[in-house]
Design a protein. Sequence first.
Length: 238
Amino acid sequence: MKLICFPFAGGTERAFDFLETYLPEGIKLVQLSAPGKGIRFKESHSISFDELIDTYYDQMEFDETYILFGHSMGALIVHCLLHKVISEKQKLPCQVIVSGKEGPSIHKDRKRYHFSNEDVVRLLIRLGGLSKETAKAVDHSTILPFKKDLIILDQWPKRFFRSHMVPVHFIYGSTDKLHPDAAKSWKKTTSGYFSIKVFTGAHFYYLNQKEGFAQELINQILINNKATEGKKGKNFDD
C-alpha cells in the first residue's frame, strides 16, 4: 500500500517525512516533487495549476494499491489529480484524504500576486506555519516558493468535475478559519463513503500532534486495505 502525499503551498517533497517514524511495515510513504521547490529548486516554478497536476501525474506509478493525501493546497491537488487519473483510465486510489482546505465548490476570489515578503511572513504566522520568533530569522528567499504557490492558487479555475465513487475522508483543525460549509463541499465530490475527523488546533494542527495525526492516516489505510483485501485494484472501466 502506498500513501502518496501532497503538501501545502510552498511545501516540498519532504513535507511529511515525519510520517516515516510512525508508518508500519507494508505502508510506503511516497512524496512527489514539484519544479521550483525542494530537490528541483533550480527548475522553473509551475505557472499554472494544470501544469502542476501534469507534473505530479507524470511521476505516478499505478503498480500498487494507493491512497492520495493532501493538506491545504495539496487537497485541491488531490482532487484534480484524481480526475486526471479517471480521465486517463488508470487504477483508482482506494481512498482520498483531504485536509485543511475547502472543497472545489467553494471558490475564494483572492489576488495575492501583490503580496510583499512581509505579507507572506505574516500569513505564515497566522496559519501557524511560522512562529513569531522563527519569522525574525527567516530568509525571504525560502518563502518565494510559498508566494508563487499562492499565485497559482489564486488563479485556480473553479472546477467541480463530476462526482466520483472514491471514498473521501476530510480532516481539519478545530480553530482553522475554513468556510462553514467546508465539510459539505467535500462530501458532494463523492458518491462513495464520506467521513470527517476534527483535530484540536488551527491550520497546521498536525505539527503539534504528529503521532495522533499519523495514527489517523494509518487507521484510514487499514480500513480501506481490509475493505479491498483479496480484490484487484479497481480501474475506472471495471
